[in-house]
Design a protein around this ligand. Structure first.
Ligand SMILES: *Cc1c(COP(=O)(O)O)cnc(C)c1O
Length: 393
């Protein structure tokens, strides 16, 4: 493919050449655990790295490799690795980047299980972490210690939708030689490309927008070629959270429609965010595409659109929030996001239930906060459902 091929073309064609596979338009699924060597010497050469080629599917698989090559192109990185879940990708990355005594600086709010992993790393391995708003270079510089090896960011922050200026963070980190990792799950490379802004590593829960159809659990890591190779030979190979060929195939298929789907997700989310903000039963709406959002300037700078996720608080109690959810008909109560179906969840008792109440409060997660993943249905039908449920409170 040409150097200037556009994103909408790359999602369909990159990483796969049908002429290498008997002209098959769809990529084949290499459903095999191991690969046969011609001779013993070839086995020796593959293991020593002298010869390129497949050995065993935990170390690499052709269908999985097609997905990895496509993801590297889409995120503008050198190389990518696929994992059996987003958390397998997060844990392999953090274990590869840190050792006992190190310090990690995190955005003020991370995915619930990432929070759990950071706590575990602190308790078991004495790898400390600290949450920071990262609202100014001065604040960030002050927090950096000699032991700080990694800055770990989600933007938009789950579920409060605050944004972090990635270019600013990357600038500070580069001067100090610290690796910046961005969990880009909420945006996908169609809306935001952290590597182009100077960050070092991108992580995805591919379960979400990349898959888009709610039928796969998967993770992706993108970064520099040498570092990705190191992870593939250490924390991925030896911990073992690799993606299956069939799931890689479903992702290759899902990602083809990423731009088309996200355009619709974003347009519908913008409509619904506006309607919610005007409704008397709604206390506050958090949507980065809204020009009244406190980080709207950062959104304009580093994202192409506001995204498909809206958080909002309703007036009333936790019970009211749950009653509101129960009164929805079309919108499904489920965690996860980025699917064709619109999903709603209650972070305080669901995705962020593992986060202690005090930390939840600091992250801005109240009992009245709800997170909506706007799907691909007609937005008018979604609004009818929301408005009806709100009117019952
Ligand atoms: C879902 C999610 C994860 C974890 O991914 P899994 O595929 O469920 O393991 C990590 N980060 C974010 C932002 C997520 O939404």
């Amino acid at each position: 493919m040409g150097k200037d091929t556009r994103f909408e073309t790359e999602v369909i064609h990159s990483g796969y050449d049908s002429s290498e596979f008997k002209g098959s338009l769809a990529p084949p699924i290499f459903q095999t655990s191991t690969f046969v060597f011609d001779q013993a010497k070839q086995g020796e050469n593959r293991f020593s790295g002298e010869e390129e080629g497949f050995i065993y599917s935990r170390l690499g698989n052709p269908t999985v490799k097609m997905l990895e090559d496509r993801m590297a192109v889409l995120e503008k990185g050198e190389a990518a690795l696929a994992f059996s879940s987003g958390m397998a990708a997060v844990s392999a990355t953090l274990f590869a980047l840190t050792k006992t005594g190190d310090h990690i600086i995190c955005s003020q709010g991370v995915y619930g299980c990432t929070f759990g992993l950071l706590e575990m790393m602190q308790k078991k391995f004495n790898i400390e972490h600290e949450f920071l708003s990262m609202s100014s270079p001065e604040e960030l510089e002050k927090a950096i210690r000699p032991e700080t090896t990694c800055i770990y960011i989600e933007t938009p922050i789950n579920p409060t939708m605050q944004l972090i200026d990635l270019e600013m963070v990357a600038g500070v980190a580069q001067r100090k030689g610290i690796t910046v990792v961005v969990d880009n799950t909420f945006c996908s490379p169609y809306l935001q490309r952290p590597l182009e802004l100077g960050c070092d590593i991108v992580i995805h829960s591919a379960t979400k927008y990349l898959c888009g159809h709610g039928d796969v659990i998967a993770g992706i890591v993108v970064g520099k070629k040498d570092w990705i190779k190191e992870v593939s030979m250490t924390t991925q190979k030896d911990i073992g959270g690799v993606l299956s060929p069939f799931d890689a195939w479903l992702l290759l298929r899902g990602v083809k429609t990423l731009p088309v789907r996200l355009d619709r997700h974003c347009q519908s989310a913008a409509q619904i965010a506006e309607k919610l903000a005007a409704h008397p039963g709604v206390e506050q709406v958090y949507y980065p595409g809204d020009h009244k959002h406190p980080n709207y300037g950062i959104m304009k700078k580093q994202m192409t659109q506001g995204g498909g996720l809206i958080s909002f608080t309703i007036k009333g109690s936790k019970e009211d929030a749950q009653k509101f959810m129960d009164n929805l008909r079309l919108i499904k109560i489920a965690v996860s996001l980025g699917d064709a179906e619109t999903l709603i969840q209650h972070p305080a008792t669901m995705t962020h239930a593992v986060v202690p109440e005090e930390s939840r409060k600091k992250m801005g997660i109240s009992d009245q906060l709800l997170r909506l993943s706007v799907g691909l249905e007609a937005w008018e039908d979604l609004w009818d459902d929301l408005a009806t449920a709100l009117s019952t409170l």
